[in-house]
Design a protein around this ligand. Structure first.
Ligand SMILES: Cc1ncc(COP(=O)(O)O)c(C=O)c1O
Length: 394
């Protein structure tokens, strides 16, 4: 037998399989109603528009669309994005990335040293924890409630001297995993506190356009752009398979992000950017996004009604999201969502245990439900099965 000469880096040892992906394998059995995935509804993907755009681009501009291009991204796309953002953004501040997930990875490389303190919400987006971890930070959870980060806790968590936090990672709108949204007073208080403490903010906003009845408050970055980095994405308003996102960064950070981007993949695929430019012509998103909002709002209402009906007398709590794709459930005292999952899968329904989303001190009673990929009938059947499982095992 050949002896292996490969030696893994210490960094590689820090990378762990995503708990969620491991869990999702169990839920991929045929016939399972899954509330576990973080996928947008494929019903919302504008397939016909993409088909037309591919044809047009290949006919009119095919050779350029298939060539290498600049690392910053398509100039027209960057101008479009700058014009949508609700504060004054120079397109030179925008870097097109291969999904906002790549933005998280590049930012980690540029801002985190071994041992650097990084603050996150409780709970937070698992993919951000995965992107930060190989850079070996010390990730510290800031206490949070239904309105987001508890501002006073920042005084306790900021750290001192060389251990002062590099940044706070925060998702103000329809957060993944909880679905919660920061209220206006909380946004104002958080920005004021971050200015007082000199704490930079990394704001991740892939769900902000998916509001049900009213748009969420102004982005945190709009209030303090020099000390904030903003992440946006086309995954939830067009299609995640494009792998198209963007970073808005202050001019002091941008050159380093660009160098990290060049090292990672030279640039985001020219073709995908060019197609999206074509699809976005003539105000497509203004017509398309309201249809996604309507679908997700009605799916969310079906799930809330099903929870109301099925969970009666069970001491289960849940929130009422005002946008996005997820809601957050808390099981009765003493129950564990990790233990409940295989039993729920036996009954034909899956979810993600909340423990996956905590940097420190996970709450075993929590779980995340997506309301966007199952049909209304599946939502009713799935929630009934979940309630039955809880009733049997509480
Ligand atoms: C909060 C958050 N940030 C970033 C991402 C990554 O999105 P993408 O890379 O598709 O833009 C996701 C994906 O689900 C997410 O939920």
């Amino acid at each position: 037998m050949n002896q292996s000469n490969w030696i893994l880096s210490q960094r590689a040892h820090k990378m762990n399989p995503s708990v969620i992906r491991e869990i999702l394998k169990v839920t991929e059995k045929p016939g399972i109603i899954s509330f576990a995935g973080g996928l947008p509804s494929p019903q919302t993907f504008p397939v016909a528009e993409f088909q037309k755009a591919c044809q047009t681009v290949l006919e009119s501009d095919g050779r350029a669309a298939l060539q290498y291009s600049v690392s910053e991204g398509n100039a027209f796309l960057r101008e479009q994005i700058a014009s949508w953002l609700p504060w004054d953004v120079d397109p030179a501040q925008i870097l097109i990335t291969s999904g906002s997930q790549q933005g998280l990875d590049l930012i980690a490389k540029v801002l985190i040293d071994t041992g650097s303190r990084v603050l996150v919400e409780t709970p937070t987006y698992l993919g951000a924890l995965q992107a930060f971890t190989p850079m070996e930070p010390r990730i510290v959870s800031v206490e949070s409630d239904e309105q987001g980060v508890i501002v006073e806790d920042l005084d306790r968590k900021i750290g001192t001297g060389s251990d002062r936090a590099r940044f706070l990672y925060v998702l103000p709108n329809f957060q993944n995993p909880t679905g919660r949204t920061m209220t206006e007073p909380r946004r104002a208080a958080l920005v004021a506190k971050s200015i007082e403490l000199g704490l930079p903010i990394l704001e991740d906003n892939p769900y902000g356009d998916l509001w049900f009845d009213a748009p969420p408050g102004q982005p945190l970055t709009a209030r303090n752009p020099e000390n904030s980095i903003y992440l946006g994405s086309f995954s939830k308003v067009l299609a995640p398979g494009l792998r198209l996102g963007y970073v808005v960064a202050p001019s002091i950070i941008m050159p380093k992000l660009l160098q990290a981007k060049q090292a990672a993949d030279l640039h985001t695929p020219t073709f995908n950017q060019r197609i999206v430019v074509e699809v976005l012509k003539n105000g497509f998103l203004e017509r398309h996004v309201p249809t996604i909002r309507e679908l997700y709002k009605s799916q969310c209402n079906v799930m809330l009604e099903a929870l109301e009906t099925e969970m009666q007398g069970l001491d289960v709590q849940w929130n009422k999201p005002v946008g996005g794709m997820f809601l957050w459930v808390k099981l009765p005292e003493g129950m564990s969502a990790v233990d409940l999952l295989p039993k729920a899968v036996d009954r034909g329904v899956a979810f993600v245990p909340g423990v996956a989303f905590y940097a420190n001190n996970p709450d075993p009673r929590t779980l995340r439900l997506s309301f966007v990929t199952a049909t209304a009938d599946q939502i009713r059947t799935g929630i009934a099965a979940l309630a039955k499982t809880i009733r049997e095992h509480r």
